[in-house]
Design a protein around this ligand. Structure first.
Ligand SMILES: [Zn+2]
Length: 457
């Protein structure tokens, strides 16, 4: 019988907290478009004599929000530690963190979708070192990070990816993580021996590939009789392989010491309670609300709740006095269609589509003033910026006589199709209807056009 391996996978997830300023100075958190070293000061570049300012309150609040969503216990009065290592990206020679051998993390315990959380803590990001040019960009240095550590309770890459997708979605609902900065994940995998840690995976795709490769590699090693020691690996995207970086440093190698410049981080019960009460709905709560309040189908509700901006758009649309249940496909199909076509999302800064404008269109269709096809055609122009259709002329549905005139014109201009139809080729009728729609600028009603054409033919 084939041996089965007790695969255990744990994650350390690093996310950039969504704050205006860095953790210990007043520098703005950089965006990708900022020129190198344009968001820096003596503190975040580790100049001799500079001391950290008190930690950014906004970062602490975002941290607490996330910890509460993970059902973790918030610890107050915890110390900042210096985690020492010697690397070009670390100007001070240490990173400030609330973790390490002696530390009490800012949050402990918790659970999310069946997986236990060991701890979550705050820390600062190092700078960015380019190993090819040797250049260092300090923009990132000192940005606030959250690290979430899970218990090694996943048993496959599929489970990990599904869980991470849900975590990312939930974090997007509280807007606590910077969306475009992405997340970085260290994954530890154990099968028969000690665990191997794969560092710095930056996409779901790479996480999946790295885990699958690593499980296979360890099982092959077992069959060869190789002992699995604790080790640190990196994932080579091009080769699709995990590669040995070093034997795992023991935690003491970091020479953790309490930072003498910073007081312990106090997070009072009162503040925690306040944050708890102001937490927005989670995706799960939102889904339940949609099902109950609007009695829409579960499939549609799931499409909506997968994206905060989309579900908020839908909720705004519902306030415009239209039957959203009946008209849901205008959001779940048509709106997504025009966004996808333009490779845009509602979050994009240059996209401005107002629920009010879509509501106007839907109301005109419902009242029979314009055809659904015409409405879809108008919607095509809603990206990047929607407009009031009521202010736009030449859209209303055509009167029957006008449709008849166009049908006559189409019949005159398409003798071949007419002949084919008369010979029994049914598809020719669709072609002729298409021509009527085109000539009428989609203002002819589909039913009327079909009826009239059939009659005239
Ligand atoms: Zn700074």
């Amino acid at each position: 019988m084939e041996k089965t391996f007790p695969v255990k996978i744990g994650l350390e997830i690093h996310g950039y907290l969504n704050t205006r300023e860095k953790l210990f100075c007043k520098c703005l958190v950089p965006s990708i478009s900022d020129p190198p070293n344009s968001r820096i000061c003596p503190i975040c570049t580790g100049q001799p004599g500079s001391k950290p300012m008190l930690p950014n309150e906004e970062a602490v609040i975002k941290f607490v929000q996330i910890a509460l969503l993970l059902k973790s216990k918030i610890n107050s009065g915890v110390y900042w530690y210096r985690k020492h290592y010697d690397w070009a990206d670390l100007p001070k020679g240490y990173q400030l963190t609330i973790s390490g051998t002696h530390a009490t993390p800012c949050a402990t315990g918790g659970k999310f979708l069946g997986i236990n959380i060991i701890e979550a803590h705050l820390e600062e990001d190092p700078a960015q070192w380019n190993p090819e040019s040797g250049g260092i960009n300090y923009n990132r240095s000192g940005s606030p990070l959250i690290e979430i550590v899970t218990a090694p309770e996943f048993s496959s890459s599929t489970e990990v990816i599904e869980w991470l997708k849900n975590l990312i979605l939930m974090l997007s609902y509280v807007k606590a993580i910077r969306k475009n900065a992405g997340i970085k994940v260290d994954v530890n995998v154990s099968t028969y021996g000690d665990r191997a840690e794969i560092k710095n995976l930056n996409s779901l795709e790479n996480i999946k590939k790295a885990i699958d490769y690593e499980i296979k590699r360890q099982i092959e090693n077992y069959e060869k009789g190789v002992e699995q020691k604790r080790e640190t690996l990196s994932f080579d995207e091009k080769l699709g392989k995990t590669i040995k970086m070093r034997e795992k440093e023991q935690a003491k190698d970091y020479r953790f010491i309490k930072d003498p410049d910073l007081p312990p981080l106090e997070i009072s019960k009162k503040v925690v309670e306040k944050i708890k009460h102001s937490l927005p709905e989670t995706p799960k709560q939102k889904l339940e609300k949609l099902l109950k309040k609007f009695s829409i189908g579960e499939k549609d509700a799931k499409i909506l709740t997968k994206n905060l901006e989309l579900v908020e758009f839908f909720e705004e649309l519902a306030k415009e006095g239209i039957d959203v249940k009946k008209n849901i496909s205008w959001v779940t199909i048509e709106l997504l269609r025009i966004l996808n076509w333009n490779k845009k999302t509602l979050e994009d800064a240059d996209v401005d589509i107002k629920p009010k404008h879509l509501a106007e269109l839907i109301i005109l269709v419902e009242r029979g003033k314009i055809t659904p096809l015409k409405a879809k055609q108008i919607m095509n122009d809603f990206v990047p910026k929607s407009f009031s259709v009521l202010e736009k002329g030449d859209i209303e549905k055509m009167p029957r006589e006008a449709v008849e005139n166009i049908c006559r014109q189409v019949i005159d201009e398409n003798p071949h199709a007419v002949e084919d139809f008369k010979k029994g080729k049914k598809e020719s009728l669709n072609y002729l209807i298409g021509q009527v729609m085109k000539l009428s600028n989609r203002r002819a009603d589909f039913k009327v056009a079909t009826e009239v054409l059939k009659k005239l033919l």
